[in-house]
Design a protein. Structure first.
Length: 98
């Protein structure tokens, strides 16, 4: 089953995010078989990263939450809020991502 994970950064966390970026990328690469989609959330002008959006495949909410809990940005305290919600795949048009 798919889980949407919506994470919003704490204010002024750019330096903290940058400090843990390499570890974050390695974590997602290691968990690539679970990741349906991952990407940074941006401000409307795309000048600032404001959070992360992941859609992962996990067998339960507990498994999805464990994925979040072990992620380097989460462990470092980058995020002000998180939301984990089960989602069912609907329309999918990757060509629109451009």
């Amino acid at each position: 089953m798919l889980w949407a994970i919506y994470l919003i950064d704490k204010p002024n966390s750019t330096a903290l995010r940058a400090e843990h970026q390499a570890e974050h990328v390695a974590y997602l690469k290691k968990g690539d078989s679970l990741c349906f989609f991952t990407g940074p959330l941006q401000s409307d002008d795309a000048k600032e990263t404001i959070g992360s959006l992941w859609v992962i495949s996990a067998n339960s909410r507990a498994e999805a939450q464990a994925f979040v809990d072990n992620e380097p940005f989460h462990r470092a305290g980058v995020f002000a809020s998180e939301r984990v919600t089960r989602v069912r795949k609907g329309h999918f048009h990757p060509e629109l991502a451009g």
